[in-house]
Design a binder for this molecule. Structure first.
Ligand code: COA
Length: 172
């Protein structure tokens, strides 16, 4: 059966930044550091750590199936045209990588490739904090919208995006 993906988009100009900056502040107060792959260093070790974190979180995406091999992941994410390590937000608890919000850049929009938080850290606002933190990069790249799509059964991810102001994308 064909999956009816839930396609969502956020108008960058309308994003209520002050409201969601509170999630970033709360994260920092809780000792969670938000940074980017560019800041940490786009090294082979860090790419592997990002892969492992993405793989772990993706296991909870409804309908996801088997995850990419590391080689496939490198090709799809790091060697793709829209790749920019400044657009890969990472949440750290000490030295532990506990969350990622990965994007790619396209003509006029930024695409949310993957948002994930390790199971033990969910429900603390970390995904919204990471995505809010990443809005500086979205603006820097001059994108007017952020796009994403989800499996219809992924209620948490859809609710998280709607909370931030994402709405159903106009049919194209
Ligand atoms: C989706 C996911 C990233 C959310 O991460 P999180 O850090 O737990 O989310 P937050 O705590 O920031 O929650 C943000 C909002 O999402 C909604 N939400 C999150 N989890 C929810 C749940 N279990 N039930 C209902 N709403 C939920 C709420 O609106 C919440 O806002 P609020 O706390 O102000 O009410 C996390 O569940 C995850 O990693 N899932 C597996 C990977 C995945 O499916 N990723 C998305 C596909 S790319």
């Amino acid at each position: 059966m064909t999956v009816q993906w839930v396609k969502l988009e956020l108008d960058v100009a309308a994003f209520d930044a002050p409201r969601f900056e509170t999630y970033v502040t709360r994260c920092h107060a809780d000792g969670i550091r938000l940074t980017t792959l560019a800041e940490l260093g786009d090294t082979p070790e860090h790419r592997r750590a990002l892969y492992e974190l993405n793989k772990e979180c993706s296991a909870d995406i409804p309908g996801r199936g088997e995850f990419f091999s590391f080689e496939e992941y490198v090709e799809r994410r790091f060697e793709a045209d829209g790749y920019d390590p400044r657009g890969i937000v990472i949440a750290l608890d000490g030295d532990d990588w506990i969350g990622l919000a990965a994007t790619s850049v396209h003509e006029g929009f930024v695409f949310n490739e993957m948002t994930g938080v390790r199971a033990g850290h969910r429900g603390r606002g970390i995904s919204i904090a990471m995505k809010t933190f990443g809005m500086a990069f979205v603006r820097e790249r001059g994108a007017s919208t952020v796009r994403t799509f989800h499996h219809p059964a992924n209620a948490n991810a859809i609710a998280m995006n709607r909370r931030m102001g994402f709405v159903d994308a106009a049919a194209t």
